[in-house]
Unconditional design. Structure first.
Length: 210
């Protein structure tokens, strides 16, 4: 089984190729404003490093959100274009689940957080067995903290500067672990894959006021 993993939901490009439960190559690089320009060329280089052609892929996994509106669209568009051209399925991946899976403190609960500004976050909470305690949500940080029981050992996984009393680790995706977690899921037609932003757009929020 040959799988391409793609995540551009932030300022970082996280991508890798997994072949038969072994990661052959990966990239974890902060690209900032250059993400839209260089993400695809850098992903294409991975095929040379893995000594395979895109036509050898069996499926693609892509993070569909939450995160940066622009970033999420970049990764989803790349994945859909490659998958459509090769007639292979896509497995949609929650970025928050991917973050939780990469928690190096495996005995703790995992709280992946993405700063959504103005006191809000994209967040979730998983127990040590990756059971969902709080599902992916756009929520005020204080409200999310109130959902946590005091006796739960928690590790926050994030790339943002978020003030919180729990142990915090920088997100360093364990791409092999993420791919292995999702590999048993049946892929979907590329045309059915769409970003999940969780947060309503400004236009949608204004519409609700009327």
């Amino acid at each position: 089984m040959k799988i391409l993993y793609v995540d551009t939901s932030s300022n970082y490009l996280y991508s890798g190729i997994v072949i038969d439960d072994s990661i052959k190559c990966e990239i974890k690089e902060e690209l900032g404003k250059d993400l839209s320009k260089v993400a695809l060329p850098k992903i294409i280089k991975l095929f040379d490093e893995a000594s395979i052609a895109p036509q050898d892929l069996d499926k693609i996994m892509v993070v569909i959100g939450p995160g940066s509106f622009t970033g999420v669209r970049i990764g989803v568009t790349i994945a859909k274009t490659i998958a459509w051209s090769l007639d292979i399925p896509i497995v949609p991946v929650s970025g928050l689940t991917a973050m939780a899976l990469s928690n190096p403190m495996s005995d703790n609960y995992s709280m992946p957080l993405i700063d959504a500004r103005r006191g809000y976050v994209y967040g979730a909470l998983y127990d040590k067995d990756m059971n969902s305690v709080v599902e992916d949500t756009h929520i005020e940080l204080e409200e999310l903290k109130n959902k946590v029981k005091n006796n739960q050992p928690i590790t926050v996984i994030t790339n943002n500067d978020i003030e919180i009393s729990y142990d915090v680790v920088k997100y360093n995706p364990d791409i092999l672990k993420i791919v292995n977690y999702f590999k048993g899921r049946e892929g979907v037609n590329p045309h059915l894959v769409n970003p999940i932003y969780l947060k309503k757009t400004e236009a949608e929020e204004k519409a609700n006021l009327w």
